[in-house]
Design a protein around this ligand. Sequence first.
Ligand code: ATP
Length: 355
Amino acid sequence: MISLRDIRKVYLSDNSRVDAIRGVSLEIGEGEICGIIGFSGAGKSTLVRCINLLENPTSGKIFVGNQELTALSPKELREARKNIGMIFQHFNLMQSKTVSKNIAYPLKGSGLSKEQIKKRVSELLELVGLSDKANNYPTQLSGGQKQRVAIARALANNPKVLLCDEATSALDPQTTQSILSLLKDINKKLGLTIVIITHEMHVVKEICDNVAVMENGNIVEHGDLIQIFTKPKVKVTKDFIATIFQENKIYELLEKDYFRNEIRKDEVLAKIVFVGQNTGQAFISKISRKFKIDASILFGNIEIIQNTPIGYLVVKLSGQIENILNVESYLKENNIELEVIKNGTFNSKYTTQCS
Ligand SMILES: Nc1ncnc2c1ncn2[C@@H]1O[C@H](COP(=O)(O)OP(=O)(O)OP(=O)(O)O)[C@@H](O)[C@H]1O
């Protein structure tokens, strides 16, 4: 549905040059909810604004549906943009117009009669659960309600794509949840393709099918949610995932010697990640028996991602070091990931994440 091909965006001013996007290619399928996550300055907003050409890429091609947007005349582009709705962090509503008038605004010049516009607005109000607020002004609404109005307005022309630029960043966690549920609902009901820009992994976790991770103007990792959560490849993705599993907190506790346990010579501190059906396996007792080791669980967490449980454990394995190292390959054969965090014997072989 959306195809970005080698997009570059350079901002030039008198004495500076910013390479905001450095050759990004990305395919987003029809009906998919794709998250684009990255820390501040990674280039997310610039990239999403390129999708509807609010920002003109310096080079590269952009396709939405079968149309190459980068090849259209200004008039054709205006028409093509009706297929792409957009919502923003601060809602961008017109304060002097009622909720109904805000939603009706994009239908101006659409050729619909007054009656047809009224009907469409009332359908949209119902879709976003605001039928009783038709005559209110934006100042009389909560943040979540304002974002609902913005969503209704973005959907007025029946777009195929909805771009969300940090759409929940100004909302509290409960309201965020309700807006994400609404987006998911709309995605299912209307088959809408949704692109979500965020710096919050829990937003991605809640509703995305796929996620692209951005850093320094590049997409450094892209994949489906479960793959990204269980086998992240690059550090920035690992850092985002750590925010969900509270991994950093556990390392802080370990540094403070909270568990009153040093990692001795015959011990290994490891992180184990297991998915779906493996959550029901007694693999801790199996590895204990099979490899004659002790396994103490220092920390554990299970998150449900796309209806799939993903388990995360920090364990201390003690026993003969060869046996401990064999555990890693045994678990791998059983599709369970083990990453050594700290190794009492061969510290230099591994990156020590907690020191
Ligand atoms: N109009 C502009 N002129 C010059 N530089 C810009 C402009 N817009 C963005 N940039 C720069 O491009 C880079 C990417 O910015 P962008 O806003 O896309 O990042 P982001 O990942 O969305 O960050 P944030 O989450 O903080 O909004 C930054 O270095 C930013 O300063």
